[in-house]
Design a binder for this molecule. Structure first.
Ligand SMILES: *Cc1c(COP(=O)(O)O)cnc(C)c1O
Length: 541
């Protein structure tokens, strides 16, 4: 069925000729262009198919022997894949940082794929290289605000880099710490640097037991991958408890000194500009001073929250970010660019040279090949999507989007606080908040219960929250995620909470009201709710 000829003539056609306008592929294209929301809602969320069933469709580990007609294959994709994809455009999908995209990215994506430029070297990208450098310059300017002369000097300099464009926040964090590592354990008299000699030699030469990176417990797991990949080791990621959700500068200083006194070297403090779990921002200004006092690198992971800098009203929430040696920003989060767009920005345009690589056939000395200072090799022209978005929205457009997200989060927080059966756990600093569902009577009893009773009550409420989150997800109308947090109100242990990210501009207050009502309805229908109301806190009920 749908088997195509195995001939070069047929394959050349696949490379060069568009599908007939009535073909399935052309229909998909037309449908997407007419109304993407309609396209998605026809295919998504409603179907209840278990992952195990879906796996059946993807269980064959043999490469198909013969070619298939493109249109036949497009039908199969619709049926097997698109029908079971997640509708990230839905206004009631408020559990993650992945959201609806502006429509213009669809035709631009076609252009991007069509041109198939490779940013690793000028020879395969030409104009895309200066474009990417300009994008990095604009983002650098947003953070560091240097003067015109600075950008005139460095924006297109072959011997400098204002940042590194990459596929996301994870690679950006690794890149930043890679640069920090190579600079800290750099070449000096008698040692040609960690990049050449390796970590073991560097530790011997610099006489250190270990290298460490410090962040709060809310640090993103990519930091743990970073210290692993860079050979520093996961045990040397010093994650500091943060019952108030942010890294306390005094604790950072004390812990940093203690670490150094034990014969170790603190490589970097990582401040978080919008944590993934609660949206809190570390006191960046103070942490920069602590890093200076300890003599270490200061990195800010603003993968999610960095876009707040567009807002004149809220950019203060990231106060002190300009003191960072490096900053991570993901354009595929609050800048509404398709996935695959992250950036590490460097305060000092010389710093990227610590990781510079040369090869004979590309990345030659003095060339402007971006691949010389990026971790990744072949890369597509995603910077074009960032460039287009920066122009199409402008700073003021982004400001509106950021402001309305934060204001919506505040309104939702008020809704939760007003509702007797909900409890706000962390208020929104940015457009992210956490809360839980719990009968009003139980909330009251919690205030006076002794530690032991409170613990079992909280465990029972945890179970309720998990139940409600799963049932709501399975019902398929809306999606809220969940996580576990330490909270100042419950210092003895973590509690399970709903986590909401208000990233989608299409989400309305009515959507939020409906989500809360649905959660309430689901909750009150459970056995756990009944138990809680009847004072049965044991988990065996
Ligand atoms: C999302 C996120 C990351 C990781 O970014 P990816 O693009 O998923 O690799 C890192 N740090 C923070 C704070 C994030 O929110």
């Amino acid at each position: 069925m749908g088997e195509a000829q195995v001939s070069l003539k047929h394959l050349f056609r696949v490379f060069t000729k568009p599908e007939h306008k009535d073909s399935k592929l052309a229909q998909i294209e037309q449908h997407l262009s007419d109304n993407i929301l309609d396209f998605l809602s026809q295919h998504v969320v409603t179907k209840k198919t278990s992952l195990e069933e879906i796996e059946q469709d993807f269980s064959d580990a043999i490469v198909p022997e013969s070619p298939e007609f493109v249109s036949t294959h497009a039908e199969a994709l619709l049926e097997k894949l698109v029908a079971h994809s997640v509708n990230t455009y839905s206004p009631t999908f408020i559990g993650h940082m992945t959201s609806a995209l502006p429509y213009f990215h669809l035709p631009l994506a076609k252009l991007l794929v069509g041109l198939n430029q490779n940013l690793v070297k000028i020879e395969t990208s030409k104009a895309f290289t200066p474009l990417e450098r300009q994008v990095l310059g604009m983002m650098h300017n947003l953070i560091y605000g240097e003067d015109d002369a600075f950008y005139h000097q460095y924006l297109h300099s072959a011997r400098h880099a204002l940042g590194a464009f990459c596929s996301g926040g994870t690679i950006a964090n690794i890149t930043a710490l890679w640069v920090a590592r190579n600079k800290t354990l750099g070449p000096t008299k008698g040692f040609s640097g960690v990049a050449k000699e390796g970590l073991a030699a560097a530790y011997r030469f610099y006489n250190i037991s270990n290298l460490g990176v410090m962040c709060s417990k809310r640090g993103h797991y990519s930091l743990s991958k970073a210290v692993d990949a860079l050979g520093i080791g996961r045990q040397q990621l010093l994650t500091i408890p943060c019952p108030d959700q942010t890294l306390d500068p005094q604790t950072a200083l004390t812990e940093g000194k203690r670490y150094q006194e034990e014969g170790n070297k603190l490589l970097a403090i990582v401040g978080i500009g919008g944590t993934t779990e609660t949206g809190h921002v570390d006191p960046l200004d103070e942490l920069a001073d602590v890093a200076k006092e300890l003599g270490c690198w200061f990195h800010v992971d603003a993968a999610w929250g960095g876009a707040t800098l567009f807002s004149n009203q809220y950019r203060d929430r990231l106060k002190g970010i300009h003191k960072a040696d490096s900053v991570t920003i993901d354009a595929h989060k609050q800048m509404y660019v398709p996935m695959g767009a992250g950036m590490a920005l460097f305060k000092n345009p010389e710093d990227a040279n610590t990781v510079r690589h040369h090869a004979q056939y590309i990345l030659r000395e003095g060339s402007k090949d971006l691949g010389a200072t990026t971790l990744e090799g072949s890369r597509n022209g995603m910077a074009m999507m960032v460039y287009a978005s920066l122009h199409i929205f402008g700073r003021r457009g982004y400001e509106l989007l950021i402001d309305q997200s934060i204001e919506k989060a505040k309104a939702f927080a008020q809704m939760i606080e007003k509702h007797p059966d909900f409890e706000l756990i962390t208020a929104p600093t940015l457009s992210l908040l956490t809360y839980r569902v719990c009968p009003a009577s139980v909330q009251k009893k919690l205030q006076t219960a002794n530690v032991k009773t409170r613990r079992s009550m909280n465990q029972k409420i945890d179970r309720l929250v998990v139940n409600v989150q799963k049932l709501q997800r399975e019902a398929g109308k809306s999606f809220v995620s969940r996580t576990r947090l330490e909270s100042p109100d419950y210092p003895d242990r973590s509690v399970t909470v709903f986590r909401v990210v208000l990233a989608n501009p299409l989400t309305t207050q009515n959507d939020l009201t409906a989500i809360l009502a649905e959660q309430h309805q689901i909750a009150t229908g459970t056995k756990t709710w009944q138990d809680l109301e009847e004072g049965k806190y044991s988990l065996s009920h």
